[in-house]
Design a protein around this ligand. Structure first.
Ligand code: SF4
Length: 222
């Protein structure tokens, strides 16, 4: 079994409820979406084929034995769109079997029903501002684990904020999942978003992409 891998790198998780934690990222090549603000277009085609065994070998070498506790390094499968690889659930299960905490970043455009339940799914619900909101599979909501999985909204403008707020409220999602509201880097004013969330007393997590604050926003491998 082989996967086209764009990069494997160790860094600090910049997003989501695990922001700030050490993390080994496996970025698979390929994505059928073309979001207007995509910051990983280099992952559309660039990469080398690696066997499942070679990927697992790198993970073990770079992370060492699994560590326990809330600050332990974990593994995240990302892309591109990792679920565009039909065998991605196998890779995720193998990573779990090694004893690591495993997270998956996906756009929700592919079925997550085959993803192992224990994998923390961070599902990026594309907003109208992305140009790809119609790719969403509504059935994916049934396969998210309350209290574990996360829904992320990357907001391009004020209209995206209102749309996301309504979309979550209609489905009573605020009560069940971590909801992350993040601005498109360099597009939506971050203070406007923070103050809007405060003014509305909206029960979401405001988040920035930490790695873009620490390093150059276009830097790869961080
Ligand atoms: S889903 Fe992610 S990788 Fe694919 S185009 Fe959108 S932002 Fe880029």
């Amino acid at each position: 079994m082989q996967f086209k891998v764009n990069e494997i790198f160790f860094s600090i998780q910049g997003e989501g409820s695990r922001a700030g934690r050490p993390c080994l990222f496996i970025r698979l090549t390929g994505c059928p979406l073309r979001c207007s603000y995509c910051d990983t277009a280099y992952a559309f085609t660039e990469g080398e084929f690696m066997t499942l065994e070679a990927i697992l070998g790198q993970v073990k070498e770079r992370l060492g034995p699994p560590q326990q506790g809330p600050n332990a390094p974990f593994v995240e499968l990302t892309g591109g769109e990792p679920l565009a690889h039909p065998q991605a659930p196998v890779l995720l299960q193998e990573l779990l079997d090694l004893g690591y905490e495993v997270a998956l970043e996906t756009a929700g455009s592919h079925a997550i029903s085959g993803v192992p339940k224990e994998v923390v799914k961070i599902v990026d619900r594309k907003t109208p501002g992305s140009g790809e909101s119609a790719r969403w599979l509504e059935a994916n909501l049934q396969h998210l684990v309350p209290g574990q999985d996360e829904l992320k909204f990357v907001l391009a403008d004020e209209a995206d904020y209102e749309w996301s707020k309504t979309w979550c409220a209609e489905r009573r999602l605020f009560e069940r999942f971590d909801i992350l509201f993040s601005p498109v880097w360099g597009k939506l004013d971050i203070r406007w978003l923070a103050e809007k969330i405060i003014a509305d007393q909206l029960p979401v997590r405001f988040q920035l992409q930490l790695h873009k604050l620490v390093w150059e926003p276009t830097q790869r491998g961080v």
